[in-house]
Design a protein around this ligand. Structure first.
Ligand code: SF4
Length: 113
């Protein structure tokens, strides 16, 4: 007489979980090793980009008379959202996939923590 093990619900759940877990390993491994875009591979944000205009972004925070929210000393390079700088350009979490100028500014500027 055959064993009743193949109809055991907890055994089936265990086997299903094991199979799914093993199947997910290569996907998780690929995600961990997926290359991140380097800063020098990304396009620069344009000042006339609607997303840039929405937050009053400029490449050069030298003459800011027309930007009422600007406070002296604020630039992207000392903003808490500026990362992965590569010389004069860096990444900003407000503009994923684009670079902003180190000496730029927008009205989302936050202090570094
Ligand atoms: S959030 Fe910060 S780093 Fe991003 S554009 Fe504005 S000032 Fe620059």
């Amino acid at each position: 007489m055959m064993s009743d093990r193949s109809n055991n619900p907890s055994r089936r759940r265990f086997l299903k979980g094991t199979v799914l877990g093993i199947a997910a390993l290569p996907v998780a491994g690929a995600a961990l090793h997926a290359p991140r875009a380097r800063a020098d591979e990304l396009p620069r944000l344009e000042e006339d980009d609607p997303a840039a205009q929405a937050v009053d972004y400029v490449h050069d925070a030298a003459d800011m008379a027309d930007h009422p929210d600007f406070e002296e000393g604020q630039v992207c390079a000392n903003c808490g959202l500026y990362t992965d700088e590569d010389g004069e350009w860096g990444k900003c979490s407000v503009f994923p996939g684009k670079l902003v100028a180190a000496q730029g500014w927008c009205n989302v500027w936050v202090p570094e923590s």
